[in-house]
Design a protein around this ligand. Structure first.
Ligand code: PLP
Length: 414
């Protein structure tokens, strides 16, 4: 008997359903709860409701996150989607402009582009789940985008130096969607620091958890002054934690509309405490991610996207491809895994489910022709890795996936 067969038999005998919850995050830590209670007791939840020299938790968070990111400026706001739409607005993107982004991303990205009335152009991805720079260059030539909003979907970074060089060649600015790459880097530079702006989310399932929340970073003073005014700053921009000097606002404060999307001190207080633990959590995520990835790599019919050495990723989720599987087999993998307690998401489904949808379901944008992306998504499985899972949990989850794949591919071949 060959090794894989023995493995399948052993797994079948040992296969216990997994009982962990894929949507259960860790509790908010006691020190963060204490900080939140302080804010509640003060009654001063609004970011500009400060006393004397008091900075307020939102401003403190902006200073702390700018320092962590290594950016000159940071704006805290209500969501990652708001950060992206604000970045586009601050750049002057509007009706009739084209914004290019990855064909594989989540709905808040085309949503942010639609929010400013711009045209969405989707770019093909590669089987390593990053933007295809060849297709990007072709679409830059034919569609003349105002900006490229690259989505580092599920934490996969493309060759960032090549991307920056390409966009510089065509003089197109870059905004990064870093909802899944907070804390990640490429060749030592933090994701979000390669272009004009980085957009981050602190929604519950991202790398810091305030329920909802967003952060926008940049080194460009005028861009950031406009973003701050857009966020609903009234004339209180001097109470920010990482803002450009007041003189930068001289004209901008009168020319920029207020589109309220401020973060509050309550949520900022829990984020401030979490930021101190982010690096440790990245190591914890990667230990879990790598354990699962190592078990899946080499399984027949499975491709695990490559992680280049330049990439320091954050393994808060895991993806693999089954390039030769039929839609029926993909459905089987999801269903059988679910029966054993493992929640997998399939991006190739023709109906959008939960948080997962693909470009065919975004009917508010013009139809896109993405044959390569479509064929990749048809075989793409995605899984959340919450930190409430132990390494043993991850090993069990991986074994279940290996078992299910073996079962489905054997039936598929029969
Ligand atoms: C979560 C997410 C965002 C931003 O989401 P918000 O819920 O608006 O904070 C942006 N891009 C991707 C890929 C995401 O997953």
């Amino acid at each position: 008997m060959t090794r894989p067969h023995r493995q399948v038999l052993r797994n079948r005998l040992l296969m216990q359903p997994f009982t962990g919850s894929f949507t259960q995050q860790e509790p908010i830590a006691e020190d963060a709860i204490a900080a939140a209670v302080e804010v509640l007791k003060s009654g001063r939840l609004h970011r500009y409701n400060t006393v004397g020299e008091e900075l307020g938790a939102v401003a403190e968070l902006e200073a702390a996150y700018a320092a962590y990111q290594g950016s000159a400026y940071c704006l805290a706001c209500t969501s990652g989607g708001y950060a992206m739409a604000t970045a586009l607005r601050a750049l002057g993107v509007g009706a009739g402009d084209v914004v290019l982004t990855n064909g594989f991303t989540l709905a808040p990205v085309p949503g942010a582009i639609a929010a400013v009335g711009a045209e969405v152009g989707l770019v093909e991805i590669t089987s390593d789940l990053v933007i295809d720079q060849g297709d990007l260059e072709r679409k830059i030539q034919t569609m003349s985008p105002k900006v490229v909003l690259v989505s580092n979907m599920r934490g996969h970074l493309c060759d960032m130096e090549a991307l920056v060089a390409l966009l510089e060649r065509y003089n197109v600015p870059l905004i990064e969607d870093c909802a899944h790459t907070m804390g990640a880097s490429w060749n030592g530079t933090k994701s979000g620091s390669f272009g004009l702006a980085g957009c981050f989310s602190t929604q519950t399932y991202k790398h810091m958890n305030s329920g909802e929340g967003g952060l926008l970073t940049s080194d460009d003073p005028e861009f950031m002054a406009r973003a701050i005014m857009l966020s609903g700053s009234y004339m209180l921009f001097d109470r920010h934690g990482a803002a450009p000097a007041p003189d930068v606002f001289r004209d901008i404060k009168l020319e920029t509309p207020n589109m309220s999307g401020r973060l509050d001190n309550l949520r900022a207080s829990i984020l401030l405490t979490q930021l101190g633990g982010l690096e440790t959590n990245i190591d914890r995520w990667n230990a879990r991610h790598d354990l699962v990835a190592d078990r899946l790599r080499g399984v027949r019919g499975v491709y695990v996207p490559q992680r280049p050495v330049q990439e320091r990723y954050v393994g808060s989720s895991f993806q693999f491809l089954m390039p030769d599987a039929t839609p029926d087999m993909m459905m089987q993998v999801v269903t059988q895994a679910k029966r054993l307690g493992v929640e997998l998401k399939w991006f190739g489904a023709d109906q959008p489910v939960g948080f997962t949808s693909n470009h065919q379901s975004w009917r508010y944008i013009s139809p896109q022709d993405l044959p390569i992306t479509d064929s990749i998504l048809a075989g793409l499985i995605d899984m959340r890795i919450p930190l409430t899972f132990s390494l043993e949990d991850c090993a069990q989850v991986a074994d279940i996936i290996v078992h299910v794949i073996a079962d489905v591919t054997r039936q598929g071949a029969a």
